[in-house]
Write a protein that binds this ligand. Sequence first.
Ligand SMILES: Cc1ncc(COP(=O)(O)O)c(C=O)c1O
Length: 367
Amino acid sequence: MSVERFFTRIVESLPPTIPFVAPEALERQRGRALQLRIGANESNFGLSPMAREAMVQAVDQTHWYNDPEGFELRQALAVGLDVDMSAVGLGAGIDEILGLMVRLFVEPGEAVVTSLGAYPTFNYHVEGHGGVLHKVAYREDREDLDALLALAQKVQPKLVYVANPDNPMGTWQNADALQNFIEALPSTSVLLLDEAYVDFASKEALLPLAPDGARVVRLRTFSKAHGMAGARIGYAVADKGIIAALDKIRNHFGVNRVAQAGALASLADRAFVLSVVKQVEEGKREYATLARKLGIEMIPSATNFVALDIGSSERARALLQALLARDVFVRMPGVAPLDRCIRLTVGPAAERKVFAQILREVLPQVG
Ligand SMILES: Cc1ncc(COP(=O)(O)O)c(C=O)c1O
């Protein structure tokens, strides 16, 4: 007897999917290690030495459950953000919180609005929960706030998803444009504002924290500037009613002890994060120069990665393969016209030098 008949109708309706081909999977498939792992927007600057020390100490306490309230970390985040602790909720990365938000707000069959080609994990959660995705194309490589608003007014979604700065293009919205967008959203909609790359953004792109009662959920992470992607820890800042509702459905022990300790120590090591941000800025300038010399356009980025415009989807895919043949892992956006680019993480100087050399060598192979 087939097991399929036991699944829910929603699960049965979903196509088989491999959301992300991991660099580990590429290594297994090829039987060879990667030389450069710069495809997943991880931070190759590592983590703060203070965070590392705190995590090593926490390892010795892993026979105890973790604090399900994440009290100390939430308190430190609240002080840093100048909000009440009741406005801060933790999760195993933004990815987990996206799923919880979908469960909080979206009934099966209800509308959700996002951008075509935006960060896909949100879409998996929406579809896995039976929500109906409505998508808006990017305009000039940016999420198109006007079109998102027009669609939201039409379909009256429960959730609207915007990443600022954006993945996969690295572009950003100015805070005043976002503020106008929020004010014009239908009164039935909550905005999920994914700020995974906020540490790398300029002041103009930084929306001030909203007052209590606002229908905006800010999502942030320790995966990027803090260099803790593998620890899986992120947080939401929102109206305290939304954070309290999370308690009804979240996995209460889901943010592990080692991650909580590391995040708390990393928050206290502001100098480390600032030095990562500074090095990423240097790296972006260096890649802009490289791109210019090679006759490639680099899309301006407010993140820890850059999108290089290779001219067409075919050329971008060929370059991706040529780089992989040289043991370099990068990714490319999944939909046109964004898929004329490859996307690579900006890492330390030594890594950038190796990448630049390999790019110079393989680019001529790509028609
Ligand atoms: C826009 C965006 N949101 C969320 C994430 C994932 O964040 P986390 O590691 O906290 O789950 C990423 C990772 O690449 C991202 O680009």
